[in-house]
Design a protein around this ligand. Structure first.
Ligand code: RB5
Length: 148
């Protein structure tokens, strides 16, 4: 069974809850790693928690939400092994799974309407890495950048 680790800051509480409920309806289990209130907090905390859950194998994928999704994507992509894609459309969400094997999706709660955000999450979770040699090669090149 697919399991998602999800986290967000104070700006994205409502969207995080919507995503969790949406996933539940689809039979996808999610672990809500916070934040749990609207009190101002710092997005890197949740980027780290969600990324750690993905890297440990506790979750198959991560979803991170903040106001723009930008802070979350910047923070998560600092963590070795994380390929976090900030997506504002379903095509990018699909392609980042197919070609980049992204393991974390970032969404902007102040940028996207709820329905669009849910469709983007679906597109991300319903697609898989294509496994084509040229994309494997490119991902290996990205790994080299991580180790440089
Ligand atoms: C919080 O106000 C906001 O800066 C944060 O949610 C996010 O958009 C940062 O990238």
């Amino acid at each position: 069974m697919i399991k998602i680790a999800i986290g967000g800051d104070h700006s994205s509480l409502a969207l995080k809850t919507s995503i969790i409920n949406h996933l539940k309806q689809k039979g996808v289990v999610s672990a809500d790693l916070g934040t749990y209130t609207e009190e101002s907090t710092d997005y890197p905390i949740y980027a780290k928690k969600v990324s750690d859950a993905v890297l440990s194998g506790e979750a198959n994928f991560g979803i991170l939400v903040c106001g723009t999704g930008v802070g979350m994507s910047i923070a998560a992509n600092k963590i070795k092994g994380i390929r976090c894609a900030l997506c504002g459309d379903t095509y990018s969400a699909k392609m980042t799974r197919l070609h980049n094997d992204a393991n974390v999706l970032a969404l902007g709660a102040r940028v996207l309407g709820e329905d669009v955000a849910l469709e983007i999450a679906d597109a991300f979770l319903e697609n898989s890495f294509c496994g084509e040699p040229r994309h494997i090669n490119r991902l290996n090149m990205v790994k080299e950048l991580e180790n440089a």
